[in-house]
Each structure stands twice: as C-alpha cells, then as structure tokens.
Design a protein around this ligand. Sequence first.
Ligand SMILES: N[C@H](CCC[C@H](N)C(=O)O)C(=O)O
Length: 287
Amino acid sequence: MSRKLVVEFTKMEGAGNDFIVLDNRFLHFTADELSDIADRFCPRRFGIGADGLLAFEDDDDADFRMRYINADGSPATMCGNGARCIARLAVAAGIDGPDVTFATDAGMYRAHVPVDATKPVRLFVPEPREWQEHVSLDQSLPDGIDTVHYIWTGTEHLVVPVRDAGAAPLAVWGPRLRKDPALQPEGANVNVVAEGKDVHSITVRTFEKGVEAETLACGTGVIASAIATSRLRGEDDLATHPVTVHAEGGTLRVGRADTFDRAGHLYLEGPARSVFRGTFEWGGEER
Ligand SMILES: N[C@H](CCC[C@H](N)C(=O)O)C(=O)O
C-alpha cells in the first residue's frame, strides 16, 4: 500500500483557459502519476475542473521547468496560457522576477511577470515552425471550409479562416479535422479565425486536442492564428502593430518587442491569475 498524500494545488486561469497547478519541486510526481492526476481531477463534474494540469519543477539550466498535461492525461509539449500562469506562480513562489526563463518540452521560454498581478504576463516565444499554407488533409474538408493551414507554435495547430468565428460549427469541425489521418500521430488543435474590424484584430475559437472540446482560449492557438493571418497577408508588421486577439474567455495580444538578446522577439500577452487554492487526496489503497 502506498502513502496517502494531501496534495495542495492552485487553480489558475488565463483568459478562461484553466489549470490545476502543482508544485512538483516538493511532490516529485512522475510523468505517469501526473497523467493519472490530470485524468482524475480535470473533469468538471467528477473532479476539480480544468483544461489541463501544470507541474512546476526544478531545472538545472533555467529558473524552473514547466510540464503540461491535457485534461485527458495526454502530455503536450507547450501551453501558451498555462505558461503565463506558471510564470506568475513561479514569481509568487519566490523565483526572482520580473523576468523568468523556463524549460518546457518545446524548448526554453522567457516571460515578463509584472509585480502587479492585475497586469498581463508577456510570454516570449520562439518563431513558429512547419508553416504549411493550404495543407492537404486525407479527408475532404467539411462544408463551409475553403482551406486550412498548418503551423507549429510549440504544439500542433490548424488555422481555419472563416468569415464569422462565432457562427462556425467548431464542435463538428474540431473532432473531424483534429483526427485527420494526415496529422497523426500527434493530431492538431483546430482554430477558427475571423478577421476583425481592422487588420490588427482577429477573433479566434479553438478546439483543443487532449481536451477534445472547445476551450475558452488557447495561447499557442492565438499565436498560430495571428502569425498565419499576417503571413497570409504577406506582411509581418507585428513589431509596429501588435494583433489584438479576441477569444471567448478574454483578449490577448501577439506582437514583437526587442529583448536584451533578440530584436523583434515574438510574444503573447494576456491575463494570468490564481483563482483559488485547495487540496485533494491522492494514493493510499486505490493507488
Ligand atoms: N491551451 C494551451 C494549448 C494546450 C495544448 C494541447 N491542447 C495540445 O496541443 O495537446 C495553450 O494555451 O496553448
């Protein structure tokens, strides 16, 4: 029989994308255990309720390491909203801010965390990769979609341009596109994107793999959508004109700013806050 633990967690959210955050520097849960915990506690009616689980860990080469597990227990390489949340938690937990560097399965990231917790956290991200305009999928595109684009922004994304993001049947399109054989084994998150009133604003809704549902915002999806929109326009002017991205759960910004080691470093900026703290029991007989 294993020990029964009382595990303290923080519930956090970034633009309505919500997370259970564990301080794994002390808990030392393995990847398999974290996956089991996500599977057990992320469901909204039978658990705590969250889109994913974040583990805050020590790292030899960075201020800390972030590990991310989707609600269904599957690991993901990156989470843009989760990264802003964990950066804020790290500074609150004593890591020297306001600028923090952290390791993820998608590489090293940096974030700027203002002391004022009501101010947005700016996450500096690497340049997206694997851009494929008009990517060909194995299945035919559902009615209402002309074309889809693929881009990797720390994790896999499809960008689907639409006229009205609010009206797009994402609950039908999402599962179908996400499972397209051409995208396996990783699959992809599915973003429907509509241009806003001007070229510097877009509206995005995202169906997330690993949650297998629409979430209220997806940070890497917001970056994917902003970059795809500017590339399709043939002009990346994010340094002079950040893009305002309207997601269901809040407003984010994607832009470029000079950092001490890089000119025009791509960033995602948006809200990140702690909602409550709690405990759950783990282990004992059933483990
Ligand atoms: N919500 C996250 C993305 C989670 C990624 C995950 N759904 C996957 O790629 O498996 C974000 O803010 O970027």
